[in-house]
Design a protein around this ligand. Structure first.
Ligand code: 7TS
Length: 409
C-alpha cells in the first residue's frame, strides 16, 4: 500500500463500538465533533491502569505509587511532544477545553486585566470561549469585542487589524469551528495580536483531532484541548501555556499537590505545572489521553488530515446534489465538519429520522448560538468525521436524508 494512504480497514477494526447496530442497522457514527469513539488501545490502557497500576501520584514512596507517577508524568511528556511544547512545565492537565479556558480567564485574566481592557473573540466561538470572558466583563468591567465573519464563515484579517488597539489584551479564538468546520488562520492572527502586544488563546478542541498542532510554530500563548474529542477519555484535557506566563499567574484552585509548604500564615506554591493541578488528578484519564495521542501519531497526523479532507470534499459534493439542502459554512479552509439544513424540515426531525437508520448526527445550535444567529437558523444538522468514517458512511447519510425528505416534505 502507498505509504501516504490510510489503511482504513485496519484503523476501523480498532474501534469495538463501531460493531454496534442501532435500530437494526449498522451504526454510522458522525458525531465526532461532540465526542469521538475510543480505540481498543485506549480502552486497554485505562483498564490495565485500574487492574494493575492504580495508586495516587506524587505521594507514595512505595513501588505502585512510583509507577503510577511515572505513567502520569509520562503522559505529560507525550502531550508535550504531541503539541511540540518546549517543556513539560507548560503542560497542565485539566478536565477539558472548558476548564482550560476558565483557568486562563480566572487566573491570567483577573491578574492581568483591568476595567476598560479588551478581549476579542470571533463570532464563531463555542460558548466555552465566550461565557468565561462575559463573566470577567460583568465582574471586572473589561470589554468583549467580536470579530465578525462573512457568509462563508470566515474571519477577515484586515477587519482584525482594524479592530485591535493598545487596549486589546487578549485575542481568544477557535482553531477550528465546531459548528462550521472553518479552520482559522491562527498564525496570521497571532502576528496581528502581537503587533499591539496582546496575548492569544487558541481553543483547539476541534483542531487537535484532525491535524498536527505545533504550539511553537503557532507561537500562541495558550492552547486548549479535550481528550475525548481526539480518541481519548472524557474528563481530561490539556492547557498549554508559555512557561513565563504560567510562572507569573496565580493558582486557579487551592488544595493538595499545588503547594510546597503550608502554615496558617503563609503558603508557598509548588513549581510548574503542579501549581495548577490542585487535588488528585485524573490519572487514568491522562494515561488514556497519552494512549490516544500515540494512536493518532501511529497513523500519522498528516495522513489523518489528508484522509479527512477527502471525506469532507466527497460529503460536500454529495450533499450539494440533494435538492433543498443548504450547507452552512463554506470556508475555503475547512476541517471534517459539514453543517446543513434541509428547507422545510426542522433539523431535530431530520436527525431523529436519521437515527432510525442507525445514523448518529447532531442537530442543535452546537453551543455556538451566535453562529446560528449569523446564519439566521435555529439549528443545523451536523455530520462531523473521524478517522474511522468512510464514503460508505456518507452514502448512508445521503440516502437517509433522501428518505427523510420523502417523509417530512
Ligand atoms: N470548544 C470547541 C470549539 C468545542 O467544539 C467544544 C465542544 C468545546 C470547546 C468544549 O469542549 P469540552 O470538552 O470542554 O466540552 N463541542 C461540542 C460539540 O460540538 N458538540 O458537543 C460538544
Amino acid at each position: 500500500m502507498d505509504g501516504s494512504v490510510l489503511d482504513f480497514a485496519q484503523v476501523r477494526a480498532q474501534f469495538p463500538i463501531l460493531q454496534l447496530r442501532e435500530n437494526g442497522q449498522p451504526l454510522v457514527y458522525l458525531d465526532n465533533g461532540a465526542t469521538s469513539q475510543k480505540p481498543q488501545m485506549v480502552i486497554d490502557t485505562i483498564e490495565r491502569y485500574y487492574r494493575e497500576q492504580n495508586a495516587n501520584v506524587h505521594r507514595g514512596v512505595y513501588g505502585l505509587s512510583e509507577r503510577a507517577t511515572e505513567l502520569y508524568e509520562g503522559a505529560r511528556e507525550t502531550s508535550r511532544q504531541f503539541l511540540n511544547a518546549r517543556s513539560t512545565k507548560e503542560i497542565v492537565f485539566v478536565r477539558g477545553t472548558t476548564e482550560a479556558i476558565n483557568l486562563v480567564a480566572h487566573s491570567w485574566g483577573r491578574a492581568n486585566l483591568q476595567a476598560g481592557d479588551e478581549v476579542i473573540v470571533t463570532e464563531m466561538e463555542h460558548h466555552s470561549n465566550i461565557v468565561p470572558w462575559q463573566l470577567l466583563r460583568d465582574q471586572m468591567g473589561i470589554r468583549l469585542t467580536v470579530l465578525r465573519m462573512n457568509n462563508r464563515g470566515e474571519v477577515c484579517l484586515n477587519a482584525l487589524k482594524g479592530l485591535v488597539s493598545e487596549k486589546t489584551k487578549l485575542l481568544a479564538i477557535t482553531h477550528m469551528s465546531n459548528a462550521l468546520g472553518t479552520i482559522n488562520p491562527v498564525k496570521e492572527m497571532v502576528e496581528i495580536a502581537r503587533s499591539v502586544g496582546a496575548k492569544i488563546l487558541v481553543d483547539g478542541a476541534q483542531a487537535t483531532p484532525h491535524m498536527r498542532v505545533d504550539v511553537q510554530d503557532l507561537d500562541c500563548d495558550f492552547y486548549a484541548l479535550s481528550g475525548h474529542k481526539m480518541y481519548g477519555p472524557t474528563g481530561i484535557g490539556v492547557l498549554y501555556a508559555k512557561e513565563a506566563l504560567l510562572e507569573a499567574m496565580p493558582p486557579y484552585q487551592g488544595g493538595g499537590d499545588m503547594i510546597y509548604s503550608v502554615t496558617f500564615e503563609k503558603t508557598e506554591y509548588n513549581v510548574l505545572p503542579y501549581k495548577f493541578e490542585a487535588g488528585t488528578p485524573n490519572i487514568a484519564g491522562a494515561i488514556g489521553l497519552a494512549a490516544a495521542m500515540r494512536f493518532m501519531v501511529s497513523i500519522g497526523l498528516e495522513r489523518i488530515a489528508a484522509y479527512e479532507a477527502g471525506l469532507l470534499s466527497y460529503a460536500t459534493e454529495r450533499l450539494k446534489q440533494i435538492d433543498g439542502v443548504r450547507i452552512i459554512g463554506e470556508a475555503e479552509h475547512k476541517g471534517g465538519v459539514v453543517s446543513f439544513i434541509l428547507d422545510g424540515a426542522h433539523p431535530h426531525d431530520l436527525a431523529t429520522l436519521m437515527d432510525q437508520d442507525g445514523i448518529a448526527v447532531r442537530a442543535s445550535h452546537h453551543c455556538a448560538m451566535p453562529v446560528m444567529q449569523h446564519f439566521n437558523v435555529p439549528a443545523t444538522v451536523r455530520a462531523s468525521f473521524g478517522v474511522y468514517n468512510n464514503r460508505d458512511d456518507i452514502d448512508r447519510l445521503v440516502a437517509a436524508i433522501e428518505e427523510a425528505k420523502e417523509m417530512l416534505l
